[in-house]
Design a protein around this ligand. Structure first.
Ligand SMILES: *Cc1c(COP(=O)(O)O)cnc(C)c1O
Length: 397
């Protein structure tokens, strides 16, 4: 009798072999220490440019203390979803503080940014509606759009003329424009003012994912929209709390009526256990640190400048980014993986990012800088990177 289950497994083995053949196998590196500029990896100390801990808060002593305090005050688990019995005063306080911080009427806290992004679009749109999405948007925004069952149009990266043409041709009753504020694999910033102008002209919602701007950009780190000085009732702001905020979670902010509606209709909000109240307590402290972290943000900007100046001889590999995300585009998957491996030999950890995370032929090293890095550490990165890039064309593969 044929063994059906072994057939299923054989199919997976074949598919994994194809992944290997394309240099596309993703492997998790096992860190043996907290998120910090120097990480223990396989018993070795490596200098890491791999996290999104832009302000260096993930391992901050004050937040570790707040976690212990939060656990004593609130326990570790919420016990249920927000609408059943999991919504506590500390969640409510966090939502109030987040809304105040970003200058919106109200906010709603989610356990992850992925969940926030799959929550919003299905609550606002359905079949017959249309979504207009930047081609380089984060995967969670693509998934949220697909879940909504609205028709999704993807426009070329930051191409406002293409977006305007799509909007002009749309007959949909309800429209939503969606974009990363800071593009996660490129580091450039969306044309936010133009996006809002188009949203106003065509009466569309504007959903902005500020995962990489929240805490880093704008006055006191209030984010990309604050930096661009943009406000509107049609803006839906999503921010994450696992990057600059150093913890985990996310929020959606906007008008009170929008948030009221999301509480009624967002399946990814309703049918999941509330964020740990301990983490909500930590996030209140994190928000305070963010608000008072101008020195960290200034140091980070200095590191960005230092990195780009240091890489002047290899400027053709850099992208037009002024943010902490500084990709070095190699192109070929195998070369990219080889250079990342060679850097690791030099005790420098930089992730190789390949398709489908980035378009085919644009594999890259995704360098992310943190306020926790020193100038000397950035200099070490630059010199190692420069010598590996100089050696790269001769590398077999
Ligand atoms: C990281 C990220 C997310 C997902 O946030 P998580 O809290 O990690 O789930 C969403 N959007 C963008 C642009 C991101 O970079």
């Amino acid at each position: 009798m044929p063994n059906a289950s072994s057939n299923l497994l054989d199919n997976l083995r074949d598919a994994l072999a194809d992944v290997d053949a394309g240099s596309l196998r993703r492997r998790r590196k096992l860190a043996e220490s907290p998120c910090a500029p120097v990480v223990s990896l396989n018993g070795r100390s490596v200098l890491a440019f791999a996290s999104n801990d832009y302000l260096g808060l993930a391992n901050h002593p004050g937040l570790i203390e707040a976690a212990a305090e939060g656990a004593r005050r609130w326990g570790v688990g919420a016990g249920a979803s927000h609408l059943v019995s999991g919504h506590s005063a500390v969640h409510e306080a966090l939502e109030t503080e987040l809304a105040r911080f970003v200058g919106c009427e109200a906010s709603l806290v989610f356990s992850t940014g992925y969940m926030a992004n799959i929550a919003v679009m299905p609550a606002l749109l359905g079949r017959g509606d249309e979504i207009f999405a930047d081609r380089l948007n984060h995967a969670s925004l693509v998934d949220g759009a697909l879940l909504s069952r609205a028709t999704m149009h993807r426009y070329a990266h930051s191409d406002m003329q293409a977006l305007a043409r799509l909007l002009a041709a749309s007959q949909a009753r309800r429209k939503l424009i969606v974009s990363d504020a800071v593009f996660s694999m490129d580091g450039d910033i969306a044309p936010l003012a133009e996006l809002l102008a188009l949203a106003e002209h065509y009466d569309a919602w504007l959903l902005i994912d500020d995962a990489h701007g929240f805490g880093v950009l704008g006055p006191q780190g209030r984010g990309s929209l604050a930096e661009a000085n943009l406000r509107s009732e049609r803006i839906i702001l999503m921010g994450t709390l696992g990057k600059a905020a150093g913890v985990s979670g996310a929020f959606v902010a906007g008008s009170q009526v929008l948030i009221d509606w999301l509480v009624q209709k967002s399946r990814a909000y309703i049918f999941t256990t509330a964020m740990s109240p301990m983490l909500a307590h930590v996030l209140l402290s994190s928000l305070e640190l963010i608000e008072n972290a101008d020195d960290r943000r200034q140091h980070l900007r200095g590191l960005v400048t230092r990195f780009r100046e240091g890489m002047a001889m290899h400027a053709q590999c850099l992208l037009p980014s002024r943010t902490a995300i500084q990709p070095v585009v190699i192109g070929d998957n195998t070369n990219t993986v080889n250079i990342a491996a060679a850097l690791l030999e030099r005790d420098i950890w930089v992730p190789a990012i390949r398709p489908p995370t980035v378009p085919v032929g644009s594999a890259r090293l995704r360098i992310s800088l943190s306020a926790a890095h020193t100038q000397a550490q950035v200099d070490q990165l630059v010199s190692s990177l420069a010598s590996e890039l100089d050696a790269a064309p001769a590398r077999p593969g």
